[in-house]
Design a protein around this ligand. Structure first.
Ligand code: ADE
Length: 387
């Protein structure tokens, strides 16, 4: 890490810029540690614009740590539904329960205590403790690492162990001890708004004159792209039962289900939420789905079986898995009765509010509200990914 003779000037420029140009975001209204904690968890792997409406709804329903700790898990997941990475919501609630039982409902003030909570790692602990309490902990996430790497022209994969440690040391050295809260947010803001991965806006950057990457013409080359894991293609077939009152059948979250009710291969893809009967298929999707439905007792074993009407196909991405969705509508006069399953209005599933279901399930529901397509002619909906 280079010695900084320009340290005071860098701090002054960046803090001045942040105080003038910072975005008004709902988690910047006050220093309540619960509100800051919630924002940091929601912002992991999720864009600010996508987070804001979820953040506001969540706080309205769970305005403080106790309210969150005491809520049924299902309701917490319902309010998280569509935001993805649902383990974040489960950990958040477990941590809230731990805070109530061991810290009298107050977010702890030391790093060791914060790090002992589920879902809180070194970045999140540093962000909460510095922003809420002004503690001297420097944050380091992907955005901040990019800013630091460009300032010092750090080449190579930033996530490599030694390199990440030395970036943390740079972050610690730069942190303004007089304003840890604004400093950390300023670094994040610079990474999000100016020092972006592609086409950084160096002409607007308050610390451009101190940037080694800029001096060396390396801003586009730093940080080095890291190798992405190869994509795995998976095809899922899902059955959307529909009765005469517009209701459909959902299977319970896999951990709650009787073992045979959810296809083992599918379980990790549906985020432990309520879901349509779904299986991974290889060749004859309709026949394989029909067999699965018979096995879980959703189709009569013999007699006249309802037809599986193919619907518009969709695509969905979960991290490195590219999923092709083949939804089938199954019209019935009465929904099959299977213990532990749920019966909901199909339309409500699409409008988000009623059930803890993932975006994958909502995409299938959307397809089922549209017209079926003739057999063998399943169209492919324009690819769009989500978590
Ligand atoms: N990303 C992570 N934390 C953030 C914050 N406090 N403000 C804006 N973006 C963020």
């Amino acid at each position: 890490m280079p010695q900084r003779r320009d340290l005071a000037e860098i701090r002054k420029q960046l803090l001045g810029w942040f105080r003038k140009y910072r975005r008004e975001l709902p988690w910047r209204l006050n220093k309540d540690p619960y509100r800051i904690w919630l924002s940091e968890i929601m912002l992991q792997q999720t864009r600010v614009a996508a987070v804001i409406p979820y953040y506001e709804r969540f706080l309205e329903r769970f305005p403080n740590i106790r309210a969150l700790a005491e809520a049924p898990e299902e309701e917490v997941l319902r309010l998280w539904s569509g935001l993805g990475y649902y383990s974040r919501a489960r950990n958040l609630q477990r941590a809230a329960q731990q805070i109530v039982s061991t810290h009298c409902g107050e977010f702890p003030r030391t790093a060791d205590e914060a790090l002992a909570l589920p879902g809180i790692g070194s970045y999140t602990a540093a962000a909460i403790l510095s922003i809420a309490f002004g503690a001297e902990h420097a944050v380091l996430d992907g955005n901040v690492a990019r800013v630091l790497a460009r300032l010092d022209a750090v080449e190579g994969d930033l996530r490599e162990n030694g390199r990440w440690r030395s970036l943390q040391a740079s972050a610690d050295a730069l942190l303004d001890p007089k304003s840890p809260s604004d400093w950390n947010e300023a670094m994040m803001e610079l990474g999000a708004m100016i020092c972006t991965p592609r086409a950084p806006r160096c002409l607007l950057c308050p610390v451009a004159e101190f940037c080694r990457a800029r001096q060396l013409g390396l801003t586009e080359a730093i940080p080095e792209k890291h190798k992405k894991r190869a994509t795995v293609e998976i095809t899922l077939a899902a059955a959307v039962f529909l009765d005469t009152r517009g209701r459909t059948l959902l299977l319970p979250p896999p951990h709650q289900a009787r073992k045979h009710a959810t296809d083992e291969y599918v379980a990790p893809l549906i985020s432990k939420m309520w879901h349509f009967p779904t299986i991974a298929v290889r060749e004859d999707s309709a026949a394989e789905l029909e067999k699965f439905l018979a096995r879980i007792g959703a189709l009569p074993a013999s007699k006249a079986k309802p037809t599986l009407e193919p619907l518009t196909r969709a695509r969905h991405t979960v991290t490195y898995r590219a999923i092709r969705l083949l939804p089938y509508r199954v019209r019935v006069s009465r929904l099959p009765r299977i213990t532990g399953t749920k019966c909901v209005l199909l339309g409500e599933l699409v409008s988000r509010s009623s059930v803890a279901a993932s975006n994958l399930t909502r995409k299938i529901a959307q397809a089922a509200l549209e017209e079926p397509v003739p057999a063998g002619k399943q169209r492919l909906r324009a690819a769009n990914s989500s978590r």
